[in-house]
Design a protein around this ligand. Sequence first.
Ligand code: MF3
Ligand code: CO
Length: 275
Amino acid sequence: MVTIKSAAEVAKMREAGKVVAEILAATSAAAKPGVTTGELDRIAREIIERRGAASNFLDYQPSPHVNPYPGTICTSVNSEVVHGIPSARRKLKDGDVLAIDAGAIVDGWHADAAITVAVGTPSEKVTRLIAVTREALRRAIAAARVGARLGDIGHAVQSYVEGEGYGVVRHYGGHGIGRAMHEDPHVPNLGTPDRGAPIREGMCLALEPMVNVGRPETRVLADGWTVVSEDSSLSAHFEHTIWCTSEGPVVLTDPGSGADERIGRELGTLRRVPA
Ligand code: MF3
Ligand code: CO
């Protein structure tokens, strides 16, 4: 069931979104050669605790056949696409591409976002992969207009990414978000314009293109979580939680500025992505 969120509800999701943005800023700043992904997870845990939030990733169990997720963030390195498990044994090295996915719950309301960064000095290949995936998310958000359809979002991502010669991961996608981290609808990163469910005023969506330098196919490692590209090619992931309004999509997981503190009284101060 697709639910519609009020401005008051979205104000709480924005609070969760600010915690997520803080986690992404702190962990990406700390992601230097020699640092472990386990250390990044500790930084995320401390921020959640300091902000009085809760983790929606830790112990997440999509089905009884899967082990509860053991981290507060996902850290996916190089050919890892998503859901890489942070580890004290995984040291980042110069040139790695690192996707960090983070979520938080405030007063029962969820936010979810991801960024990809280069560790140390990036190769041209890594720089371009990150730029294309970030732009794919920007286009997805711009396509999420009230009155458009989910296929418009998928088409915006797929046509751009494939035009750049990369593979769009098909097996995973975006999702509704609110009282739960994963709500209806599923939001594929591929599609046909003017097809799929309509985007309605008040919907909250987590949009998250995953892009492989090579083929789009993926597989899951024996740990039950880590998704890797089948052809071992490098992969990147960006995600934002957005609120769909008649004035355009509002990004709830943006770092924002001081003006955003007025959220709740003045939702109009949030950053809107131009159509
Ligand atoms: N951000 C991921 C998503 O959008 C959720 C991470 S799965 C978890 O589906 F197990 F790490 F929580
Ligand atoms: Co998500």
